[in-house]
Design a protein around this ligand. Structure first.
Ligand code: TEU
Ligand code: CA
Length: 550
C-alpha cells in the first residue's frame, strides 16, 4: 500500500453556516472558520472538509448551487476564501471542498438556459420528459419525498430532480455538461485546494428508460432508489471524471457513496483502480431510513465494520465517520446522554477512530454535542424535514408523533450552532443565530472542556495524538476480537510485531469477558475513559480502553 498524506491525516468536517459567525449577522461564515484554525490545529486536525460555500438560494442550505465559482454572499467573498485557504496551508493543514454535481440550483444559469426552450443548446444538460396522461413521466418518489418530476409551463415538459424541485438533476449522459463540470473542478484545483468530497455521487447514473418502478402498495409515488442508487454503469462516469480531472492532481477524493457494500468496495477505492481514494459508505448509519435514529446492536456494527476493514485490507482505504451534517448527533443516537454522556461519547470515539482508515470528526462531535429539542414545526429548518412532516401529516400522524420522529432522525440536530463557550449564543455569534442554539450549551462547550483533562475534547485530543504516534494504529491490520460478545466491541491492530487492542463496552451495563478469550495481563493500558482500570476483565458501562500489547 502506498504511503499517502491523507492516510496519516485526521479530518474535520465544517458546516460553515453553524460553525462561527465573524460579522454578527447570526450566520456562520468563512472568516469565522479562519478565526478558529488555531483551535483545529491545536486539536491535531490535518484535513478540513467544508460543506458548500458557493452562491446558492439555500433551498437545501447550499446543496443547491447557482454559481460554482462564486462564494455565497452571507458566507463572505472569494477573497475571504482565498485567505482561508492560504491560512490553512500556512498551518500545514489541507482543505477539501464539497463537489455537488448530481444537480444544480434551479437558479443556475445552465438551468435557466436549459428551461428557456426545447431546442436550447443546454436543453440536454438536464433531464426533460413529456408527461404521461396528464401526470409525471413516471412514478418515482424523490429522496426528499414527492415526485422526482416538476412540470415547467414554459416548455410544457417535466424536469427530473431526485432531491428538491429546486435541485434539478444534471444529465451525466451529456458530454458537454460533463466537460463544463470538469472545467469548474480544474478552476478550483488550480486555486490550490487539496481535493473534493463528492456529494451524492451514488445517484449520477439513472436507469436509462426512466421506467416506472414496481408499486405494489399503489402509492402515488413509489420509492425509486433501485433506479438511481449505485446504478449499473455509474463507475463509467467516475472513470471519466478521474481521467479528465482527478488523476492529474495530487489530491484526496472521498465520495458520498450510499448503496455500496464491502464486497464491491475495492472497485471504488482499490488503490490500483485510479478512481476515488475513499468513500463514505452508509451501512452503519442507515441514513434516511427510520432506523437512522436507533442504536444498532454491537453485533450489527461488528459485521459491517469488519466487512469493510477486511475488504480493503492491503487494497484500499476507509473513511471512518459516525457523524455529519445529515445525521443526528452520535451520542444521542448510539450513546447514553442521560446516564453516561461523557463515557458513551468517548467510548464511541475510540471505537470508530482507531480502525484502519482516515477518521473524520464532524464539528461539535469532539465535545459530545447532543441532539436538540424541537417544540414545533417552526423549530425545524431543513427542507427534507419539512417534506417528511407534510407527508406524515397527510398520513394522519399527530403533531406529537411527528415531532418525536423528527427529533431523533432530523438533520437539524447536527446543524445547531457550534458551542464555543457559555457566553450568549454559545460564543457562536454576537447577533441572533440563524438557528436556535442547543439549550445545553452552558454544560457542553469548547471552553469548559479545554479546562477539563477528562473532557470529551481532551479524549479526542489524546486519540488523535495516539494515532499519530503509533504506526500500528494507522497501517496495522484490523482483527476482530470477542466476536460473539453481546456488549463488548473489541479489535486488534497489528503491524510488524506491534499490537494494540481496543475494547469498547457499547452498553449501559458493566460487561465481563474470560481472560483466556483475550488475555491482557501483560498489556499496558495507554488510554481509557475511566480514571483507572478497576478490574482487568470487567468494563464499566461505556468504558473503553486501548492496550498496547507489544
Ligand atoms: O446527501 C445525499 C445523500 O445522502 C444520498 O447520497 C443518499 O443516497 C440519499 O439521501 C438517500 O439515502 C447529500 C448531502 O450530504 C445532503 O446534505 C444534501 O441534502 C443532498 O446530498 C443533496 O445535495
Ligand atoms: Ca456571519
Amino acid at each position: 500500500m502506498e504511503k499517502k498524506w491523507w492516510k496519516e491525516a485526521v479530518a474535520y468536517q465544517i458546516y460553515p453556516r453553524s460553525f462561527k459567525d465573524s460579522n454578527s449577522d447570526g450566520i456562520g461564515d468563512l472568516n469565522g472558520i479562519t478565526e478558529k484554525l488555531d483551535y483545529l490545529k491545536d486539536l491535531g486536525i490535518d484535513l478540513i472538509w467544508i460543506c458548500p460555500m458557493y452562491k446558492s438560494p439555500n433551498d437545501d442550505n447550499g446543496y443547491d448551487i447557482s454559481d460554482y465559482q462564486e462564494i455565497m454572499a452571507e458566507f463572505g467573498t472569494m477573497a475571504d476564501f482565498d485567505r482561508l485557504l492560504q491560512q490553512v496551508h500556512e498551518r500545514g493543514m489541507r482543505l477539501i471542498i464539497d463537489l455537488v454535481v448530481n444537480h444544480t440550483s434551479d437558479e443556475h444559469p445552465w438551468f435557466l438556459e436549459s428551461r428557456s426552450s426545447r431546442d436550447n443548446p443546454k436543453r440536454d444538460w438536464y433531464t426533460w420528459r413529456d408527461g404521461k396522461e396528464g401526470a409525471e413521466p413516471n412514478n418515482w418518489e424523490g429522496i426528499f419525498k414527492g415526485s422526482t418530476w416538476e412540470f415547467d409551463p414554459q416548455t410544457e415538459q417535466y424536469y427530473l430532480h431526485l432531491f428538491t424541485r429546486r435541485q434539478p438533476d444534471l444529465n451525466w449522459e451529456n458530454k458537454e455538461m460533463r466537460a463544463a463540470v470538469y472545467d469548474m473542478m480544474r478552476w478550483w484545483l488550480d486555486k490550490g485546494i487539496d481535493g473534493f468530497r463528492i456529494d451524492a455521487i451514488a445517484h449520477l447514473k439513472k436507469e436509462p428508460l426512466f421506467a416506472n418502478v414496481p408499486n405494489p402498495d399503489k402509492l402515488r409515488y413509489a420509492p425509486s432508489m433501485k433506479s438511481h442508487l449505485n446504478y449499473d454503469g455509474l463507475l463509467e462516469y467516475v472513470d471519466d471524471m478521474s481521467r479528465n480531472v482527478l488523476k492529474n492532481y495530487d489530491i484526496v477524493t472521498v465520495g458520498e457513496m450510499n448503496g455500496l457494500f464491502a464486497d464491491h468496495a475495492e472497485e471504488w477505492v482499490g488503490e490500483h483502480r485510479g478512481r476515488l481514494n475513499m468513500v463514505f459508505q452508509f451501512e452503519h448509519v442507515r441514513l434516511w431510513e427510520p432506523e437512522a435514529g436507533l442504536r444498532p446492536e454491537p453485533a450489527v456494527l461488528k459485521k459491517i465494520f469488519t466487512a469493510w476493514q477486511e475488504a480493503l485490507e492491503g487494497k484500499g482505504w476507509n473513511a471512518l465517520y459516525v457523524e455529519n451534517h445529515d445525521l443526528t448527533r452520535i451520542t444521542s443516537r448510539w450513546g447514553d446522554t442521560e446516564h453516561h454522556w461523557r463515557e458513551s461519547a468517548t467510548c464511541i470515539a475510540a471505537l470508530y477512530f482507531l480502525m484502519q482508515g482516515t477518521p473524520f470528526i464532524y464539528q461539535g462531535q469532539e465535545i459530545g454535542m447532543t441532539n436538540t429539542r424541537f417544540e414545533s414545526l417552526d423549530d425545524f429548518d431543513d427542507v427534507s424535514v419539512k417534506n417528511i412532516w407534510r407527508e406524515m401529516e397527510a398520513q394522519g400522524k399527530s403533531e406529537a408523533e411527528i415531532i418525536a420522529f423528527l427529533t431523533h432522525t432530523g438533520r437539524d440536530n447536527s446543524r445547531t450552532p457550534m458551542q464555543w463557550n457559555s457566553w450568549p449564543n454559545a460564543g457562536f455569534s454576537d447577533g441572533t443565530p440563524w438557528f436556535k442554539v442547543n439549550t445545553n450549551f452552558e454544560m457542553i462547550n469548547v471552553a469548559i472542556q479545554q479546562q477539563d483533562p477528562d473532557s470529551v475534547l481532551n479524549f479526542y485530543r489524546s486519540l488523535i495524538q495516539l494515532r499519530k504516534q503509533q504506526r500500528a494504529l494507522i497501517d496495522g491490520r484490523y482483527v476482530l476480537e470477542l466476536p460473539d460478545h453481546p456488549q463488548i466491541y473489541a479489535y486488534r491492530r497489528v503491524l510488524e510485531g506491534m499490537e494494540f487492542v481496543v475494547l469498547c463496552n457499547m452498553s449501559s451495563k458493566s460487561a465481563r469477558w474470560r481472560g483466556e478469550q483475550l488475555p491482557l495481563e501483560w498489556a499496558e493500558c495507554v488510554l481509557g475513559n475511566y480514571p483507572k482500570v478497576d478490574e482487568i476483565y470487567r468494563l464499566h458501562p461505556w468504558e473503553t480502553r486501548v492496550y498496547k500489547i507489544s
